[in-house]
Design a protein around this ligand. Structure first.
Ligand SMILES: Nc1nc2c(ncn2[C@@H]2O[C@H](COP(=O)(O)OP(=O)(O)OP(=O)(O)O)[C@@H](O)[C@H]2O)c(=O)[nH]1
Length: 180
């Protein structure tokens, strides 16, 4: 995701649906590092309260770019690592203009981890996932509601002969009128 767009809407709108957050800073800019921490804080806050979130869990990757510009470095690699650790994020220093394989590897890691975690949480069979007692409870609840429906139907049906008689009476009155 790119949190900067032409509409200048708040970046927090991504928090509800994102599976993976990639927070990028520039090693030649201390300010970008500080901003990265602010984003990490927002993500951590969101993760502690899932009430607005449709996702089960997330992964966060803290990505430091411009590792080729060593002479302009303002943020040590260890500072990046520490920050990532503080927010339980993955960390990588990359150079966008250099080896693409390193960039790809860094981006692939959180995807891989998330998929593994979700696969291990998912049950191989839905029948095994719900306990037998849970299934029985649901079946009991269902049959109870069926009984209630049937009961209310019987009540209605007990009223219906009366109304059928009334209909018949009205019909015969109308026929008499026509005959007359
Ligand atoms: N040398 C070097 N330059 C980079 C690297 N990553 C990005 N740049 C350069 O930094 C500038 C900004 O890169 P962008 O990817 O546009 O950064 P951004 O933060 O998305 O910028 P905005 O879209 O303007 O907000 C461009 O000129 C890039 O070529 C890197 O790893 N090394």
């Amino acid at each position: 995701m790119d949190t900067v767009d032409s509409a200048e809407r708040p970046a927090t709108r991504y928090l509800a649906w994102a599976d993976i957050f990639v927070v990028v800073y520039d090693i030649t800019s201390r300010l970008s590092f500080q901003l990265a921490e602010q984003f990490l804080q927002q993500i951590a806050l969101h993760q502690s309260d899932h009430s607005l979130c449709a996702r089960e869990n997330h992964k966060t990757l803290l990505l430091a770019t411009k590792s080729d510009l060593e002479r302009y470095r303002q943020v040590n690699e260890s500072d990046g690592e520490k920050l990532a650790k503080k927010y339980s994020a993955l960390f990588a220093e990359i150079c966008a203009t250099g080896q693409h394989s390193k960039v790809l590897h860094a981006l692939h890691k959180p995807i891989e981890q998330l998929m593994k975690e979700r696969a291990s949480k998912r049950s191989p069979s839905p029948r095994l996932y719900s306990s037998d007692s849970e299934i029985q409870r649901r079946q009991k609840g269902f049959s109870m509601s069926l009984k209630n429906v049937a009961r209310s139907g019987t009540l209605r049906r007990s009223k219906s002969p009366k109304s059928a008689q009334q209909k018949q009476k009205t019909g015969s009155k109308l026929l008499k009128l026509f005959h007359n």
